[in-house]
Design a protein around this ligand. Structure first.
Ligand code: HMG
Ligand code: MG
Length: 313
């Protein structure tokens, strides 16, 4: 397999960044068919073995809302049996106290809440109004922190919403601040439907910095619906972001967001970063093999351009 030629660009880019792998969660939550629990576990193990430092494994949401991840407890039990305490460090999504209880029962250490910047998506994704979502998250985060867990907060629809259209930057900053201030260690800014462009990314990141939430607390989470994810990642890199969400093979989407397609493919991100001389710790060949393997289980080729190029597809 090929590796990119390394030609560093700007001197002020970081030497190393963290990739937050979301394929097993954001990717598999959107599949039509159900992937067998043992295949999900094998996928997570392969991604860890490929050097990904953080692999978001699943969601403790209502099984009727996301049947694809209804086996969350079984999956985590199987990973703990294989990997021991290391599996308890893998982040999982929890929307509420019921989800938190399920994660606590298994001794998991790292949860993520997921809020919406818009009213419509809060209703559709969480069955709550924009304001009601905070009442659901507040005790969830408080109890998670009391139990010594680390909490990440996602904010969705940061760059546009399929029902409400453009989302004002100030609205995203206000919701994001409120979610972060509940007690999160990091805020991940989601372009759920992949409509954002590079200038918009810069403007949102700068608005957060102005509001006192600097890039050291921010991650970016791009979907590639309009082919902008990599350009947006580069803009975020130039703004000083060092945590990037991505999904192996470009799997992904959100079952409750019209027109949401695959996430930024981890392989495409790694190719760009390694070409810039920026370390990730990821073995691109092993990662690509994991995605090709999962594409085989799903019965269709990976949408990642790097996976396609590397596998001769
Ligand atoms: P609800 O129907 O309002 O729930 O759903 P409720 O609080 O009224 O409870 C109703 C019943 O559900 C109760 O049972 C609860 O115990 C049970 P009953 O008393 O009737 O027997 N229940 C649960 N069971 C298991 N696990 C739970 C749970 N919670 C309640 N956690 C709820 C509200 C939030 C649960 C629902 O709307 C939900 O599960 N939503 C999840 C949707 C989702 O997972 N979307 C995808 C993830 S977000 C995303 O992909 C975006 C992201 O990638 C970033 C980006 O791209 O922007 C993160
Ligand atoms: Mg997403």
């Amino acid at each position: 397999m090929r590796e990119p030629h390394v030609v560093p660009d700007r001197a002020d880019l970081p030497e190393r960044v963290t990739i937050w792998e979301v394929g097993p969660r954001d990717g598999l939550q959107n599949e039509q068919g159900t992937v067998a629990t043992e295949d999900k576990a094998a996928f997570v193990r392969r991604l860890l073995a490929a050097g990904l430092p953080i692999v978001e494994a699943t969601s403790f949401v209502h099984p009727r809302w996301v049947p694809q991840l209804a086996d969350a407890a079984e999956l985590m039990t199987s990973l703990v049996a294989d990997l021991g305490d290391a599996a308890r460090e893998l982040p999982v999504l929890v929307p509420n106290e019921r989800g938190l209880d399920r994660a606590l029962e298994l001794g998991l250490r790292h949860v993520a809440i997921f809020g919406s910047a818009t009213e419509t998506f809060a209703q559709r994704n969480l069955n709550r109004s924009l304001d009601e979502q905070f009442a659901m998250f507040e005790p969830t985060v408080r109890r998670a922190r009391e139990a010594g867990m680390d909490v990440r907060a996602y904010v969705s629809m940061c760059f546009g919403d399929p029902w409400e259209g453009a989302v004002p930057v100030e609205q995203v900053v206000e919701v994001g601040r409120r979610l972060f201030d509940l007690g999160a260690s990091q805020l991940s800014l989601g372009d759920t439907i992949g409509v954002g462009t590079a200038g918009h990314v810069r403007s949102l990141l700068r608005a957060f910095t102005t509001a006192g939430l600097g890039v050291e607390h921010l991650a970016v989470h791009f979907h590639d619906t309009y082919g902008q994810a990599l350009a947006n990642a580069y803009a975020a890199l130039e703004e000083g972001v060092t945590t990037f969400d991505a999904s192996a093979g470009g799997l992904g989407g959100c079952p409750y967001a019209e027109s949401a397609t695959g996430n930024l493919a981890t392989e495409d991100l790694v190719w760009m970063l390694h070409g810039l001389g920026i370390g990730t710790g990821v073995d691109l060949a092993a990662l690509t093999e994991a995605s090709v393997w999962m594409a085989g289980r799903l019965g269709r080729p990976s949408p990642s351009r790097v996976v396609q190029a590397q596998s001769g597809a």
